[in-house]
Write a protein that binds this ligand. Structure first.
Ligand SMILES: [Zn+2]
Ligand SMILES: [Zn+2]
Length: 152
């Protein structure tokens, strides 16, 4: 993650807190910074592990409560990966996800990379596209190739 993106996200966070009448507390800043400084789509537990080093008094329940607040304020997207675990996304631009079925990694794909072709059902008005592409990431696909060649 480049510094500028993180700072831009923190600016947006600060602005939207003011708009929504949310207190811009130190605790919220620490939690949101942990979310904004990664593009790996972490689980709430992973954010907890990261933040607890800075704020040992913080509980997982508080993390969940803040995540809900951020999501409702439009500061965070929840990605329901393969309907198994909740993953968090502070990238607020419209985009798609490349999901690895093996290691469950999630990679952002810009919206313009995938657009619907052909006719949509009459009367359907598109607001945004959000596509989940399932497959194997480069790491896992090279591993499975090695495995295959070892077996002859
Ligand atoms: Zn993978
Ligand atoms: Zn994403």
């Amino acid at each position: 993650m480049d510094r500028q993106t993180i700072e831009d996200r923190m600016q947006t966070f600060r602005r939207r807190c003011a708009e929504k009448g949310l207190a811009y507390t130190h605790q919220r800043q620490v939690i949101y910074r942990a979310l904004a400084s990664t593009n790996t789509h972490p689980t709430p537990e992973a954010i907890y592990d990261k933040v607890k080093k800075q704020m040992p008094s913080l509980s997982l329940g508080t993390i969940y409560k803040n995540i809900r607040t951020f999501t409702e304020a439009g500061l965070l997207q929840e990605v329901n990966l393969l309907h198994e675990s909740l993953r968090l996304d502070a990238n607020l631009e419209s985009h798609h996800h490349l999901v690895c079925v093996e290691c469950k990694s999630v990679t952002d794909l810009p919206e313009q990379e995938i657009r619907p072709r052909g006719e949509l059902p009459a009367g359907f008005e598109v607001q945004r596209y959000n596509v989940e592409v399932l497959g194997l990431c480069s790491n896992c696909s090279s591993k499975s190739k090695t495995k295959r060649s070892n077996h002859g």
